[in-house]
Design a protein. Structure first.
Length: 248
């Protein structure tokens, strides 16, 4: 886990989170100027970086990120933060030390499963198997997350999982680093896309047996260095396609 070293500081954290935001937008995982992504601030327990309200993810720079705490206090930054971001991210960071990075999106294929009655990620594709035993579901839609109670309710639903499907809403992906969380976000959407496309054929899905699914997930866990390589590649792409993204 290369990011979790003593050398990993605020500047690198800011660049990693911006790389995730811009790459998510470039890959069609963002929605307008909504949704939010956060990262625990290195060396500052209880504080985290989050994208500002009103900026499109394609235009966010490291300097635009805002520092807030789990109580919803604006610590520093020139922009405001969307209200729901405080209550979702603040409560998740507080509830789970494992949730170092929290990505919340309404990406289309994953969100489509949340608007199906009883919709779940099926263990039918290799992409899906990386999430075997790591997924939780919030079956109740309670409107916008505008208070601590709703944030706490979501945090209680995710428990020891890394992925939370929010009924009628979207998904939350948590991880120890930006690289791990973004890699999961990307492959979660790919897995959901395959499932939705397969359902369109009107034929039953070919489900992988639990024993094979569990073993495959373990194999994938042993290859998580791919996540760091993925983020590094995304940064190189941004350097070519969006020069100046690191400025500010």
């Amino acid at each position: 886990m290369n990011q979790k070293t003593q050398a990993y500081g605020e500047r690198e954290a800011r660049e990693d989170l911006v790389a995730a935001l811009r790459s998510a937008e470039r890959l069609g995982l963002a929605e307008g100027v909504c949704n939010h992504c956060s990262l625990a601030l290195p060396g500052k327990p209880g504080q985290f970086l989050i994208n500002p309200q009103g900026l499109h993810w394609s235009e966010v720079t490291p300097a635009d990120l805002v520092i807030v705490d789990a109580d919803g206090k604006h610590v520093s930054g020139k922009h405001a933060v969307e209200a729901t971001a405080f209550f979702i991210h603040g409560r998740l960071h507080r509830a789970s030390p494992r949730a170092n990075c929290v990505l919340h999106t309404h990406m289309p294929y994953a969100t489509s499963l949340t608007i199906i009655d009883g919709g779940e990620l099926a263990w039918a594709s290799q992409n899906a198997l990386r999430f075997y035993g790591r997924v939780a579901y919030d079956r109740e839609y309670n409107g916008l997350a505008l208070d601590d109670a709703e944030g706490d309710r979501m945090a209680a639903k995710i428990r020891d999982a890394d992925i939370l499907f929010l009924a009628n809403h979207g998904v939350i992906v948590c991880g120890p680093t930006v690289a791990y969380a973004f890699d999961d976000l990307y492959y979660l959407e790919r897995a959901c896309m395959l499932q939705v496309l397969a359902h369109g054929n009107g034929k039953p899905l070919k489900i992988v047996p639990d024993e094979i699914a569990s073993a495959t997930r373990a194999q994938m866990d042993a290859e998580r260095q791919q996540a760091d390589l993925h983020l590094a590649a995304l940064k190189r792409i941004l350097d070519r396609k969006q020069p100046g993204w690191r400025n500010g």
